[in-house]
Ligand binder design. Structure first.
Ligand SMILES: Nc1ncnc2c1ncn2[C@@H]1O[C@H](COP(=O)(O)OP(=O)(O)O)[C@@H](O)[C@H]1O
Ligand SMILES: [Mg+2]
Length: 320
């Protein structure tokens, strides 16, 4: 059994724009799983539903349809109004913008202590010791524990946020674009830290990112989303360069390291997404409007995921 299983999960939002209201399918029938000790990379451009999926997995929101299971048990209580989460200690989240994710009036030690107060039975002395141990684990000198959030640099504060996520002793972290608000040199340090912590604590990760190089470095498996749906999935990072959905190819061709190796590949195109493809009722392939392989069938018929070889699934009518 996988540690985390996402089964046919849908999330719709009611949206009001220019006096019209419609239902937007932020996540549309998404299924995949995360094995114990593994990292799944979730790739896709802005607005494709990655953070929504992260919030559904951490229980911050409830799916409209489908189920998220952790160690075989649904994480959302059956009672629609219950706010009690079964796996709050086990699944924690790290957010993109650390300055947004913390109370600016809190010190590092208060930030890290909060989940210890809320989710564990530790005494004040035990909490103090744990905070110091966590600071050491993420590379912040214990002498800086009384510094306020805004006194830290972006990279340092992201380390504090990682310590907070580790405080309750989780088995899994959902990392929602943990690098994208940081300088390039700091990104590499945080990526290394995430790698080391994962090995040390045998954690599982869902790494949400549009940085394919980070995904390649850390992930064991990759899920590519577009317009709320999964377009391609590989269970083994060894297939990374063999991914073939036209959208994935476009993403790969816009990655600098990949461009150097594959000069013949298509030139990177501007990234944009027609959000109409997420309107409830749209029946076709979400990538239809941008796809150079599109045929009329693609506009009216949503392609289903099919296995093109063991551990490699693609949703595209043109890939047999
Ligand atoms: N609370 C909300 N209410 C209405 N629409 C939302 C809400 N949250 C997200 N959305 C919409 O759902 C889609 C997916 O958003 P999001 O999950 O944040 O994407 P990503 O993280 O991939 O950038 C977007 O079109 C976004 O505008
Ligand atoms: Mg997001």
């Amino acid at each position: 059994m996988a540690l985390l299983e996402i089964n046919h999960v849908k999330k719709t939002y009611k949206v009001r724009k220019f006096g019209h209201s419609y239902r937007l399918l932020a996540v549309n029938d998404v299924s995949f799983s995360v094995e114990k000790g593994k990292c799944v990379g979730l790739v896709g451009e802005s607005g494709c539903g990655k953070s929504t999926l992260g919030r559904l997995i951490t229980g911050l929101e409830r799916p409209t349809e489908g189920e998220v299971c952790f160690t075989g048990t649904p994480i959302h209580p059956r009672d629609q109004h219950s706010k009690k989460l079964k796996f709050a200690r086990d699944i924690q989240m790290v957010f993109q913008d650390s300055y947004d994710a913390v109370n600016p009036r809190f010190t590092a030690s208060q930030i890290i202590e909060e989940p210890l107060k809320n989710l564990t039975q530790m005494s004040a002395i035990q909490r103090k010791e744990k905070v110091e141990q966590l600071l050491g684990q993420v590379g912040i000198p214990v002498g800086e524990k009384d510094k306020y959030a805004l006194e830290f640099s972006g990279g340092q504060l992201q380390r504090v946020c990682i310590a907070r996520a580790l405080a309750s002793g989780p088995q899994m972290l959902v990392l929602d674009e943990p690098l994208s608000s940081l300088d390039v040199s700091v990104q590499a340090q945080i990526l290394n830290l995430l790698h080391d912590i994962k090995e040390e604590l045998d954690l599982s990760y869902l790494l949400i990112s549009h940085d394919l190089e980070a995904i390649y470095y850390l992930a064991d498996a990759v899920v590519v989303m577009y317009g709320g749906q999964v377009m391609e999935q590989i269970d083994d990072i060894g297939f990374f360069n063999d991914m073939m959905h036209p959208y994935t190819r476009m993403l790969l061709s816009s990655t600098p390291a990949y461009q150097k190796k594959n000069k013949d590949d298509a030139q990177a195109e501007m990234i944009w997404m027609d959000l109409g493809v997420q309107k409830e009722g749209y029946q076709g392939c979400p990538y239809y409007g941008r796809c150079h392989l599109a045929v009329p069938e693609c506009e009216n018929n949503r392609p289903q995921m099919k296995e093109i070889r063991p551990g490699h699934h693609v949703a595209c009518h043109q890939i047999k």
